[in-house]
Design a protein around this ligand. Structure first.
Ligand SMILES: [Zn+2]
Ligand SMILES: [Zn+2]
Length: 350
């Protein structure tokens, strides 16, 4: 079969590879759609970032490695049983690899497993016709949720998890920094968590428009607007209860900290190697809280349920559906400024 494999930075190829073997406790999934995400683009432009140069401790996989961790598909073989899932079931994966025995796995915090990793970065992923998935990572796609929409459960779970980490609750005022895939997912996550208002800071007009269409209360341009002041005014001169960063940019995080209400909480979901220089008084004197938010933790089935119930419509996020053969060219396109939110690739006929 042909798989889109990462060999090195700027070197992603459609390679002819062996089909994956069914191992004990795993399933083989025939991929329907697989999204490309910022992580894949980072691996393409300056990887390895999350990919390990050597063998991964859990999977044993080493580069070249098949990318793709946001996929939907159909079970074609399984070794073992999962309640509600059989050969033929439509599924997505919670792609977090986990050891199952470390302190964090035992506490249910499998997403910060000491040996953790992700399918598509630490084991061959879904940018191929077939992918092997540990049975414990499978989730059935509810009837009424399409394969394309289900492929967005993973990135949307990142946003829901960030809203949970920021402790967004009913009636809260929220500020989301950035309207890229993570920021838009955070906007949706904050909405379904019950936020009364969700303000968004985003300089790109196309992304700002998508944020508006997805229910943002107002979108401000941080290059021209005084975002802190606008949100302060828009929240009755209190400031947002929660801020979610989807940028990983120091200037955005500084803005977020200064914007938070007294005692408010900020979750940082954007990732970058940048260092922060924050006036500590901005944190201590106002008892503001800063937390990291990594991926998701049981959030994928929640998102699938919210799609099935109509509370989440991911359609506006899908800005392209392309054949898998276009994968390398699409990564190149996504590596410079563009209007895309989520491009799905498919190994099947379109
Ligand atoms: Zn991702
Ligand atoms: Zn573990």
């Amino acid at each position: 079969m042909e798989a889109l494999r990462w060999h090195a930075a700027r070197d992603v190829r459609l390679d002819e590879v062996e089909e994956p073997q069914l191992l004990p406790g795993t399933a083989l999934v025939e991929v329907a759609f697989c999204g490309l995400c910022g992580t894949d683009v980072h691996e393409y432009t300056h990887g390895p970032v999350m990919i390990r140069p050597g063998a991964h401790p859990l999977s044993g996989a080493r580069p070249p490695i098949t990318l793709g961790h946001e996929f939907s598909g159909r079970v074609v073989a399984m070794d073992g049983e999962v309640p509600g899932i059989a050969v033929g079931s439509r599924v997505v994966a919670d792609p977090c690899l986990r050891c199952g025995v470390c302190r964090w796995c035992l506490r249910g915090e499998y997403h910060i497993c000491a040996k953790g990793g992700s399918i598509g970065l630490a084991a061959d992923g879904g940018l191929a016709p077939l992918v092997r998935v540990p049975l414990i990572e499978l989730h059935a796609i509810p009837d009424g949720v399409s394969d394309q929409h289900a492929a967005l459960a993973e990135p949307l779970a990142v946003g829901l998890h960030a809203a949970m980490r920021a402790q967004v609750g009913p009636g809260d005022h929220v500020l989301v920094l950035g309207a890229g895939p993570i920021g838009l997912a955070a906007l949706i996550g904050a909405r379904v968590a019950g936020a009364a208002t969700v303000f968004v800071s985003e300089p790109n007009p196309a992304r700002a428009e998508i944020a508006r269409s997805m229910g943002a209360t107002a979108v401000f341009d941080p290059t021209t607007d005084d975002v802190r002041k606008e949100v302060f005014t828009g929240t009755g001169r209190i400031g947002p209860d929660a801020v979610i960063d989807g940028t990983g940019r120091p200037e955005a995080i500084d803005l977020g900290v200064r914007s938070l209400r007294r005692g408010g909480r900020m979750a940082i979901a954007g990732i970058s190697p940048s260092e922060l220089a924050i006036d500590l008084r901005q944190i201590v004197l106002y008892e503001r809280q800063l937390v990291g938010s990594l991926g998701y933790n049981f959030d994928i089935p929640r998102v699938l349920g919210l799609m099935a119930s109509g509370h989440i419509d991911p359609a506006p996020l899908i800005t392209g559906v392309r054949p898998l053969a276009d994968g390398a060219a699409t990564l190149e396109e996504l590596s410079s400024p563009n209007q895309h939110v989520k491009v799905l690739l498919t190994p099947q006929e379109i």
